[in-house]
Write a protein that binds this ligand. Structure first.
Ligand code: SAM
Ligand code: SF4
Length: 362
């Protein structure tokens, strides 16, 4: 029987499943601040597969594996390989977002062999001091933090090359860099990051600092808008707009002096200054099986999928539960935030109001 994929109350289809594999992380970026613990009752491999299968049945063509830090999950490669058969049912790509610190050459090859299509690595600076600060390589004096930052930076730079050597081709969009830019914290890293990405032939995706969770100290003044990022970089390397693809989060730009390889592109994610809720097609499922339909959701709004996952997955029940939730979805938090702007205050981040980033998976 052919089923029509559900649309939510604003007419949006489901297109992407962001599956968090753990809420734990080996870093402590202050804009994210994971609590270092996983919730009890992490999903098993068959349960995760059941969630992916249900999302694909409802229209998800893209699976993004995330966390916390997904490379901390020992079963990552096994999960990717096990999801392969779903390509026959509409799954088109499997992608990973990682801080890259644990991406050895061997792991990169194993991920590629398992069937991973794309890797996005996060890096917020090009100096030990900036990386140490943005990764929360805390404790000690600034000199010690910078030293730890140097080590992390070297690991991420090595990870880029490991991924490339394993076959993730940046020219085909299979390897990209993410950077969160926070005014007054690392906005001096904009040009150095653009330079680093250009040199390595990578598309750089600059993300506005978002008010996710309740403990990252977000305030409007700390947001450097995507427009300003583009302007600053464009003054050094002229850019021309390529627009935003349907359901994409990023607006893309092309460096005028480059051909269209990976390093010829820049992307900005303007979730705060230019919200794209209108065509958001993302479903998020946490490591313990709670489904959220918005990155800025309240913890209580999550749908606990475990009743349809244990003791054994119930594929039809799960599909119906998710379809029902998707049909009731009307989230448009970033647009609402913009409507309140500029009266929005840090107090909008009441404790417990938003689910945390490392739990939701970004
Ligand atoms: N640990 C992995 C990593 O850092 O790539 C995956 C999980 S992380 C939550 C996913 C993405 O969310 C990262 O690119 C990170 O930089 C971004 N992120 C986290 N907190 C953010 C915030 N407050 N504003 C904007 N982006 C954020
Ligand atoms: Fe960890 Fe990623 Fe959050 Fe940084 S952004 S603390 S690397 S989960």
């Amino acid at each position: 029987m052919t089923r029509v994929p559900p649309l939510d109350r604003l007419g949006r289809p489901l297109g992407v499943l962001r599956l968090s594999l753990t809420a734990r992380c080996n870093l402590a970026c202050p804009y994210c601040l994971p609590d270092g613990l996983d919730p009890p009752g992490l999903l098993t491999l068959p349960q995760r597969l059941a969630v992916i299968e249900a999302a694909v049945a409802l229209g998800a063509a893209s699976l993004r594996l995330t966390g916390g830090e997904p490379l901390l999950h020992a079963g990552l490669e096994e999960l990717i390989a096990a999801a392969e058969p779903l390509r026959e049912r509409g799954l088109q790509e499997i992608a990973l977002t990682s801080n890259g610190v644990l991406l050895s050459a061997e792991r990169a090859r194993a991920l590629r062999a398992a069937g991973l299509n794309r890797i996005t690595l996060s890096l917020d600076g090009t100096t030990g001091a900036a990386v140490g600060r943005m990764a929360g390589a805390g404790g000690g004096d600034p000199g010690e933090q910078a030293q730890r930052g140097e080590v992390l930076l070297a690991k991420v730079l090595a990870a880029i090359e490991h991924a490339r050597a394993a076959g993730f081709d940046p020219g085909r969009g299979q390897l990209k860099l993410n950077a969160v830019i926070q005014r007054g914290a690392n906005d001096d890293q904009l040009l150095p990051l653009a330079h680093l990405a250009r040199e390595r032939g990578l598309e750089l995706r600059l993300i506005e600092f978002m008010d996710v969770g309740n403990r990252n100290g977000w305030r409007p003044e700390a947001v450097l808008s995507a427009a300003e990022m583009v302007e600053r970089i464009g003054q050094r390397w002229p850019l021309e707009p390529l627009g935003r693809s349907a359901h994409g989060t990023a607006s893309r730009w092309r460096y005028r002096d480059r051909s269209c390889d990976g390093g010829g592109h820049l992307a900005v994610v303007a979730s705060v200054s230019a919200p794209f809720c209108g065509d958001c097609n993302r479903l998020r499922v946490t490591a313990d099986g709670i489904a959220y339909t918005c990155l800025f959701a309240t913890p209580a709004s999550g749908l606990d999928l475990r009743p349809w996952l244990q003791p054994q997955p119930d594929p039809e029940g799960l599909r119906q539960a998710l379809a029902g939730r998707w049909r009731r979805r009307h989230d448009r938090y970033s647009e609402e935030r913009q409507e309140r702007w500029p009266t929005i205050t840090p107090q909008d981040q009441d404790p417990g109001r938003h689910a945390e980033m490392a739990y939701l998976g970004g």
